[in-house]
Design a protein around this ligand. Sequence first.
Ligand code: HEM
Length: 401
Amino acid sequence: MALDIAQFDLNGIGAEFIENPHPTLHALRAQSPVHRNPDGSVYLTRYDDCVKVYQSRDMLSDKTEEFGRKFGQCPLQRHHVTSLVFNDPPYHTAVRKLLASAFTPRKLAEFDPLIEGIVSRRLDRVAEMGEFDMIDDFAKVLPTEIISFMLGIPEDYRARLRGYSLAILGALDPVVSPERIEAGNAAVTEFSELLDDLINHRRNNPEGAKQGEVLEALIFGEHDGRRLTQEELIQNCIFLLNAGHETTTSLVGNSVGVLLDNPDQHRLLLDQPDLIGSAIEEFLRVESPLQIGNRLAGADIELSDCVLPKGTYIHTSIAAANRDPAMFPDPDRVDITRKPNRQIAFITGIHVCLGATLARIEGKIAIGQLVSRFPHLRENGPRQRMPLARFRGFTSLPVRV
Ligand code: HEM
């Protein structure tokens, strides 16, 4: 049945779109690339339009108004409006500069042996199991360990982090139930209490150790003579934990899904392991862990064939941009040798993902080791997808080795 694109409403999408958004996204890009939703917001599906929005200094990330409307005064709203990702300069610049000192290529190179060790110990464990869940038993472990190490989260608390993260991020979907908002509020509250203790302890006992180095950079770092307040520290640590582990878990899980669905590409990667770098770029392109972004037009902006006025609320479809045939020939085909591959899973512009290099290192080591260690990896039961449109990943992916 032909899709009625004129009626499409991003705020009314259902399970079919979440399972496979691409038939709809291709139709939107071809027929209505700057699509107006009934609430007046627009949904962009062309690569060039999304990049133009991300690179314009006039497109704003501050969501104080939107989150006020959506959540009212509550912990979730306070969390989001204080995170650097939902702010503009100068606050955004200050937090980003403090964080960036921990993400230099030299610092990240030091993580290689740590990541290699975590991955290989995990693979020993699942090898003994023979049958396991790719998400629970493998994909989620590495990012949680790494980001907890950076922030110095004690081991006893680490198991709770994914639940917090899913509850907080789930409330960001375009369509959100009161139960989901309640779960998000509870997660922010508990997580904040934990971090408050941790920050106070660290403030009084600076250790200067590798474990917790990022937290110390945030506590003691200064930008233009100003330090972050306790509230700013807590909320940006929560953001970092969420940004760092849910998306990377999905990168690993989605990559395995793509390999299982494309045995020819799986074979190719087995035969030529040095393709791992371009393979990760291709997995990020076809199954982007973060599928939708948002900006508020702070000035008029010309896109495709129209001018959007200042004040327009914009949704950028990262998923659609990454399959735009104008940029990627044969866009639905998975090709781990694809070159060039200017995918924008980490976006571009001043908010470009600060953890992109780290995520790439984690993805390369995790998938590289997994593929070479288990050449006969097979699916072992139905997959379960996260019921979200903004974040794409699995909650369960049973496999056997
Ligand atoms: C595959 C994994 C990842 C993906 C796909 C991803 C994607 C993204 C995207 C799309 C944004 C921009 C959001 C926006 O402005 O609309 C972003 C921002 C950010 N990401 Fe990532 N991310 C990943 C992993 C990580 C990791 C591992 C970390 C840190 C440990 C991280 C930290 C951040 C931070 C701090 C920002 C905010 C940057 C800013 O506002 O200036 N991300 N990420």
